[in-house]
Design a binder for this molecule. Structure first.
Ligand SMILES: Cc1ncc(COP(=O)(O)O)c(C=O)c1O
Length: 392
């Protein structure tokens, strides 16, 4: 169940907000001077290809955090490496000494996650990786932009992986940045057919117009839905035959069939024209409101008690003391809250790392999406408060 709702938090994050799309190409560019960049359909595909491009052979070992979405682990296993897990503390930080003690003969890389857009300190980890000859892969799937120790996120690792679709009003889209090239690998890109472009367009419009309150747009939405039904009938043969036409972006499953899919044309266009500055500002404002309101509650503890000026949050991670399954109660009341319990990889436990078990069970993600209105955020706060009122 959590897996479905976890996809929902991403799906909800995908509706188009036209005020955040500018007619001109956005002047947002990363400050990374990367050796190579590759755009993928999803970040999990980028993780898979990072290994080959870093010269890591199947059979090698990769250290990965025990608290993570399985979509980041399955591509490693599919590539053929052995995954060893290192523990993550209750505040989502890493014990570098412990991690170093887990390096074995054959360990070739360390994967590190900047949870929810908040940076992990990397200086010490970089030093450990260099000392042992390991590649460092920054998992920036929760990062739209940010810095650590004066450097842009995604520039310290040998490779970095981003998942733009978690932030931008797009159907698909991720990026692999290779900062320290080791090897040239020609990716056998799957080419995007016209029908798939139409499917992406229909999904993006659907996500956008399905939420509108404007009568004219509602009519347009109904028209699009009717067109979609016709389209599905006509394209039935293609739908059944083509994996691309059956693609789903709302699950945590890694599918080898999709591994060479590029980011779709429309998603690239929308990314280029997105107003990144206003998306960051809106997400920060929503986060700040939740922080101010929820911090005043005795039994509610935000994972991060402040919002550093360079962080763009993906979600608002928070602990609700004395409540079991707070996320389920919130969802029953209409708030799309999730935990990572439903997308946990079987190899991470339970029972292996107690803090990690705690996080999977208790750390709740609340939405901070740029399209939330002030009254939506107020409603999240009110609903969270009600969880305790009803219990007392
Ligand atoms: C930490 C982390 N890495 C990688 C991924 C995979 O991203 P994508 O869904 O774009 O494949 C996720 C998905 O939620 C994630 O949370």
């Amino acid at each position: 169940m959590d897996q479905e709702v976890s996809s929902m938090i991403v799906a909800r994050d995908q509706f188009l907000s036209w005020n955040m799309i500018s007619a001109r190409q956005s002047d947002w560019t990363d400050s990374t001077s990367a050796a190579a960049r590759y755009s993928f359909f999803q970040a999990r595909n980028a993780i898979y290809h990072s290994l080959g491009l870093l010269g890591i052979e199947p059979g090698a070992r990769v250290l990965a955090p025990s608290y993570i979405c399985r979509a980041a682990i399955d591509p490693l296993i599919a590539y053929g490496v052995e995954v060893d897990f290192y523990p993550v503390t209750r505040d989502c930080s890493i014990d570098i000494r412990d991690l170093e003690g887990r390096i074995k003969p054959g360990t070739a890389a360390v994967l590190v996650v900047h949870y929810f857009g908040f940076p992990q300190p990397l200086q010490d980890l970089r030093r450990v990786c260099d000392a042992h000859g390991l590649a460092l892969i920054e998992d920036c799937a929760h990062v739209l932009s940010g810095e650590v120790e004066g450097k842009s996120l995604g520039t310290i690792g040998n490779a970095a992986v981003f998942s733009w679709r978690k932030f931008l009003p797009i159907y698909d889209g991720a990026e692999l940045v290779i900062n320290r090239p080791v090897r040239q690998v020609a990716i056998q890109w799957t080419s995007e057919g016209g029908l798939f472009t139409l499917k992406v367009a229909a999904n993006m419009l659907d996500a956008s117009l399905g939420r509108t309150n404007q009568p004219l747009l509602k009519v347009a939405y109904r028209g699009i839905r009717a067109g979609e039904v016709m389209f599905r009938k006509c394209a039935n043969w293609h739908l059944r035959k083509s994996p691309m036409m059956q693609a789903e972006t709302t699950t945590s499953v890694f599918d080898m069939q999709c591994v060479n899919w590029p980011m779709s044309r429309l998603s690239r266009w929308t990314k280029r024209h997105s107003n990144i500055g206003s998306i960051i500002a809106a997400r920060r404002r929503n986060y700040q409101t939740l922080l101010e309101e929820l911090s005043s509650m005795k039994r509610v503890t935000p994972l991060f008690s402040s919002l550093p000026s360079t962080v763009c949050p993906w979600v608002f991670p928070v602990l609700f003391a004395d409540l079991t399954d707070a996320h389920v109660s919130l969802r029953r009341r209409g708030i799309p809250a999730v935990t990572w319990g439903g997308v946990r990889h079987p190899q991470t436990g339970p029972g292996k790392f107690s803090d990690t078990d705690f996080l999977y069970e208790n750390l709740v993600f609340l939405p901070v999406h740029q399209c939330l209105r002030d009254r939506d955020v107020v409603n999240i706060v009110r609903t969270a408060k009600e969880l305790y009122v009803r219990r007392n």
